[in-house]
Design a protein around this ligand. Sequence first.
Ligand code: PRP
Length: 221
Amino acid sequence: MTMRYLTFALAKGRLAKKTMAMFEELGIYCEAMKDEKTRKLIFVNEDLKLKFFLAKASDVPTYVEYGAADIGVAGEDTILEEGRNLYEMMDLGFGKCKMCVCGPESAREKLQHGEQIRVASKYPQIAKDYFYNKKYQTVEIIKLNGSVELAPIVGLSEVIVDIVETGSTLKANGLMVLEEICDLSARMVVNQVSMKMEQERIRSLMVGLKRLTRKETGGIS
Ligand code: PRP
């Protein structure tokens, strides 16, 4: 029987690059993906019967839930926000950042006193879960698609819920972290049927990746 392709959906950009660098350490190569000029979205490793495609980060969980990809790599932020039915298999140990409530110093008091404020975010579900289910605070959530730091500056909202990595975007715009919601990192997710049908190949890949992540964090390999 010919082996079927194992298909990966990778969040295009930095996460895909880091993922492929990790895969290379396991002897999984995809040279064509390294061509910076290419506009191709799908790449194949014929020897290992692997397919990789580059998707918009927020779509990775969708491809995996529907089985268009067996495996996905995306940020925990996207996975939490999408809330798809899939198995979250492992923390890849890179892409570390935090989900935070941010704003100007003047918003701190409003947050503490539970005032009805407006919260702008690319992550309305995460924001809703945090304010409604953890803080029991009624807020108005406004969905934005990027450059969220603008919102409190131009008066759209009092605070934002967003990712903070180095903190330089906040600093450059006179904003600060007011509350931390959770830690985030890159995750590997697996389609629920694929996990049964391709258990052997997926498990052996995970064993290799776990060995690498342990090495990176200085643990025993
Ligand atoms: C992300 C995030 C912050 C910034 C945080 O935005 O939404 O704006 O990075 O990084 P820092 O703490 O290292 O400055 P992204 O670059 O994805 O752009 P976008 O806001 O337009 O989506």
